[in-house]
Write a protein that binds this ligand. Structure first.
Ligand code: GLC
Length: 518
């Protein structure tokens, strides 16, 4: 089975968040299961520079008016996964972020940048490269969301398509003129097409036109069907019925392994935690904190964003300091929040340390901290809590999305049945967060119980094995062409309507066999 996996970021070539981690770890796990996976992503300069064995494989001609764009093949460091990068300097070679300039403003040509990604994906899907043509195109998030629509244009056979939503809040909504810029007929601009509140939505295109849709945890898959979490797309997702489901993300357990992690001062494992104490001392001394093995150290590895409750964490810092604990932030984002955290760092020197995001620092913080804060107003899956658990650092999470699927609270019942792994709170409020932190600090003072919780956390299996098998099953079902009853169905068992009972437009666009072009 051949799968083209399309994403806007892939670790270690380019990373702004969890999407990059998943976009290397999941294809690796699928490859281990015997699938021929190839990746496609934009050729940001950092990505081209890190590519192993780069080689120009094809030229795009003047696709969408962009001249000199080429497809560069190569491999990822470590995993050796084959990947294609779109080398189009006018779209991707610029200083600043992957999606925004240095001032946090979206690049004005994002529709063209990621429209081009979708066009390139559709071309490869249709046999642009004579030596390799996929059976499945697996697109991720809005950046690649137009691919299924582009595949629906034109005739001939085409691969099955799957969209994975990593965060429904990012939708890729652009002005209506975008359609003609991207060579897409205006007939798609309708409510049961890609129109979304007067704009063209790349994500809606993906949701409507993919053969199947997944998101990154079962709990988030339920939440987004409600107006509270649906970001205006809950109805569109409900229309997908059984062809929409949640498959829990895993983590790369080789990369995230305290026994072999090259970033750590000392390795450790569940049987011998002495290395974790050394990691804590290393963290305290290099971050300018008082070196004290008995002082609880609380970490926060996060984008400074409303989603992550960074504003509430900021407010909780004085209580953390008053409780005699230390706090380390590794992250960046909202400039006002960053400045406010920095201010607290200056005020509580020796107890609070603030650093911008750096992959190696993040590894050291997961290892050296005792407790990790991972609160969120919503969280599709969240990976930081899983990294923390693997490093014996107990997470404080809000009961939402994938956080609720991956952390078991230390309530009395859970403690007695050896399942608890962290501290879960319900409301997105300061008292709820501080209450959970206080519960964590109280148990930290009971070393025997704490040790047992750490063991339980470290022994949980967050590898990709189980979830990659679910994706494989889903791919296999998608390959059942001409069998619409099962082809688009999800692997989690069914609630809701079948994909064939979606809107009229969906039926028209998907065709009876779900492959036929319109
Ligand atoms: C996004 C989501 C996060 C998820 C990650 C990988 O960053 O916000 O919850 O874990 O994608 O799927």
């Amino acid at each position: 089975m051949r799968v083209l996996f399309v994403a806007s970021e892939v670790f270690p070539l380019a990373k702004s968040g969890g999407l990059a981690d998943v976009s290397s770890a999941l294809p690796m796990a699928l490859t281990r299961q015997g699938i021929d996976v190839r990746l496609l992503m934009p050729g940001y300069p950092s990505a081209l520079a890190r590519l192993i064995d780069p080689c120009v494989e094809a030229r795009f001609g003047s696709l969408l008016g962009i001249k000199d764009a080429t497809l560069v093949s190569g491999r990822l460091a470590h995993s050796h996964l084959p990947i294609w990068l779109i080398d189009a300097p006018s779209l991707f070679d610029r200083p600043g972020g992957l999606y925004q300039d240095g001032h946090g403003r979206d690049w004005p040509d994002n529709a063209l940048r990621f429209g081009f990604l979708a066009h390139a994906a559709a071309m490869i899907a249709r046999g642009f490269l004579p030596q390799w043509k996929p059976d499945i195109v697996h697109v991720n998030d809005w950046h690649a969301g137009l691919t299924p629509l582009l595949l629906a244009l034109g005739g001939g056979p085409k691969p099955a398509t799957l969209l994975t939503i990593h965060n429904l809040a990012y939708q890729g909504n652009f002005p209506p003129e975008t359609l003609s810029v991207l060579g897409i007929p205006n007939r798609f601009f309708r409510t049961d097409g890609v129109e979304f509140h007067g704009q063209v939505s790349f994500l809606k295109a993906g949701i409507r036109l993919s053969d199947s849709v997944t998101t990154v945890s079962p709990n988030y898959a339920k939440e987004v069907l409600t107006p509270e979490f649906g970001c205006g797309m809950d109805g569109i997702l409900r229309d997908r019925g059984e062809s929409f489901c949640g498959i829990l993300n895993g983590i790369d357990t080789d990369l995230w392994n305290p026994a072999t992690d090259p970033h750590l001062a000392n390795p450790y494992d569940v049987h011998d935690m002495s290395g974790k104490r050394a990691c804590k001392a290393d963290l305290q001394s290099s971050f300018g904190l008082r070196v004290d093995r008995d002082r609880p150290l609380i970490g926060f590895v996060s984008r400074l964003a409303h989603q992550k409750m960074a504003d509430v964490v900021l407010e909780s810092v004085p209580s953390i300091a008053a409780a005699g604990a230390q706090f380390v932030l590794v992250g960046e984002g909202d400039p006002a929040l960053a400045a406010a955290f920095q201010h607290l760092g200056d005020r509580y020197r020796g107890s609070i340390a603030i650093r911008t995001y750096d992959e190696a620092l993040a590894h050291r913080l997961y290892a050296g901290a005792d407790i990790l804060l991972a609160p969120a107003r919503f969280e599709p899956c969240g990976l930081t809590q899983m990294y923390a658990l693997r490093y014996g650092t107990l997470p404080v999470v809000r009961k939402t999305g994938g956080l609720a699927d991956t952390v078991a609270d230390t309530t009395g019942a859970m403690l007695s049945c050896d399942m608890a792994t962290g501290f879960v709170f319900e409301d997105a409020t300061l008292p709820a967060l501080v209450g959970a932190i206080e519960r964590a600090l109280a148990l930290y003072r009971q070393p025997l119980i704490w040790r047992r919780l750490q063991q339980q956390a470290m022994l949980r299996d967050f590898s990709w094995n189980e979830s990659a098998a679910k994706y494989m099953l889903l791919y296999s079902r998608l390959l059942v062409i001409g069998n619409p009853q099962s082809a688009g169905g999800c692997v989690m068992g069914g609630r809701g309507k079948s994909c064939e009972t979606g809107s009229h437009m969906t039926r028209v666009l998907r065709g009876r066999s779900s492959r036929r072009s319109i």
